[in-house]
Design a protein around this ligand. Structure first.
Ligand SMILES: NC(=O)C1=CN([C@@H]2O[C@H](COP(=O)(O)OP(=O)(O)OC[C@H]3O[C@@H](n4cnc5c(N)ncnc54)[C@H](O)[C@@H]3O)[C@@H](O)[C@H]2O)C=CC1
Ligand SMILES: O=C(CO)COP(=O)(O)O
Length: 335
């Protein structure tokens, strides 16, 4: 039996730990707050992030990272992307030497524009083939309710991807392997920015044509950036690309889409931030995605207006007009 440590007791960390435990992997969660760790270990619930969900009795949680990490084959990282570097630096001495590090995170680091797997290889000082990424249409609450879902387990070492696939495969959760770590990560991070745009459109009362247009042209942005960064284009037609984009942009469960929707309705950034209790990665990552795209000479107009609305005082109406008044283009260019 393999053993996993899941670091982060938010909605996805807790849900993925539940999936691992249900797949027969011995799993311990680490979280900062003792009341949540106690609720998970003793009452088998996480009332703050997954109210009403019964967690497996075999799943335990601790506030001691050394306890969670002891003997772990898989070290699963599920903290907000912008906090990964500092957290991982503190955990590094406790990580077993042969453990595989697994990112559940869908963000790009501010300042460095690095993907999470890049931050992991750098901070933990491990080779790329010991880092895996899980990304796909995975709204945590649905998975915790045992609704069927699929995902992508990406690792440059396919044997490692297959071991992780086996460790998280359940009756309801079906992971596929993929060797394209860059594509899986870009799909996950950039779709959050596109979901903000779709949310803004929804909040403005725009129709399904506008939503479909943003999703499709959003996928074109993801694919163009992916091409510049060496990703496999097939990944973007798959679960970690189109699949996650559709789920996130369509679901009221998405924190990014909801954040955008509130902005589109006319709430101020401060009001929306105050109302958002969980992590909406796109809010911070949109600036890093834009910087990454500019550094590679890639046009990302939807990302640009999302940055404009969130960080530069552009109104949703001005954003819509900016997108619609761009010079006419062929549908497929630069790929
Ligand atoms: N919730 C979902 O449906 C999915 C989330 N993800 C990704 O998973 C990652 C984690 O997100 P969630 O679990 O959803 O977030 P969340 O907002 O539900 O929970 C975040 C967790 O991180 C903790 N945290 C906050 N600041 C921290 C810090 N400085 N150091 C250590 N811990 C800290 C919080 O206490 C909480 O336990 C994100 O990158 C997100 O994009 C990916 C797929 C699905
Ligand atoms: O990544 C997700 C679904 O795959 C979750 O999206 P949100 O972070 O917007 O809730």
């Amino acid at each position: 039996m393999s053993r996993a440590a899941v670091l982060g007791t938010g909605s996805w960390g807790t849900t993925f730990a539940m999936v691992l435990a249900e797949a027969g992997t011995e799993t311990t969660l680490w979280g900062r707050r003792s009341e949540i760790a106690e609720a998970i270990s003793e009452r088998h619930e996480n009332p703050d992030y997954l109210p009403g969900i019964r967690l497996p009795e075999t799943l335990t949680a601790t506030t001691d990272p050394a306890k969670a990490l002891a003997g772990a084959d898989f070290v699963v990282l599920a903290v907000p992307s912008q906090t990964l570097r500092a957290n991982l630096a503190a955990w590094k001495p406790l990580i077993p030497p042969d453990a595989v590090l697994v990112s559940l995170m869908k963000g790009i680091e501010r300042g460095t524009c690095k993907r999470m797997s890049e931050v992991i290889t750098e901070v933990a000082d491990v080779p790329g083939d010991r880092v895996a990424v899980v990304s796909g249409p995975n709204l945590a609450r649905e998975i915790a309710e045992h609704q069927p879902a699929t995902t992508v387990v990406a690792c440059s070492d396919i044997g490692t991807a297959e071991r992780l696939q086996a460790a998280c495969h359940t009756q309801w959760f079906r992971p596929y392997t993929n060797a394209d770590v860059v594509g899986a990560e870009l799909g996950g991070a950039v779709k959050n920015v596109i979901a903000l745009a779709v949310g803004i459109a929804v909040g403005m009362g725009l129709g399904d044509n506008a939503r479909a247009s943003l999703m499709t042209r959003g996928l074109a942005e993801i694919a163009r950036l992916g091409a510049a960064l060496g990703a496999d284009q097939h990944t973007f037609a798959g679960l970690a690309g189109m699949g996650d984009l559709i789920a996130t942009c369509s679901s009221p469960l998405s924190r990014n889409r909801t954040f955008g929707e509130n902005l589109g309705r006319g709430m101020t950034l401060a009001e929306v931030t105050e109302a958002t209790k969980q992590t909406a990665e796109g809010v911070k990552s949109c600036e890093s995605v834009l910087a990454l795209a500019r550094a590679h000479g890639v046009e990302v107009p939807i990302t640009e207006v999302v940055v404009g609305v969130i960080h530069e005082g552009l109104t949703p109406e001005e954003a819509a007009m900016l997108l619609l008044s761009r010079t006419p283009k062929p549908e497929r260019y630069g790929v």
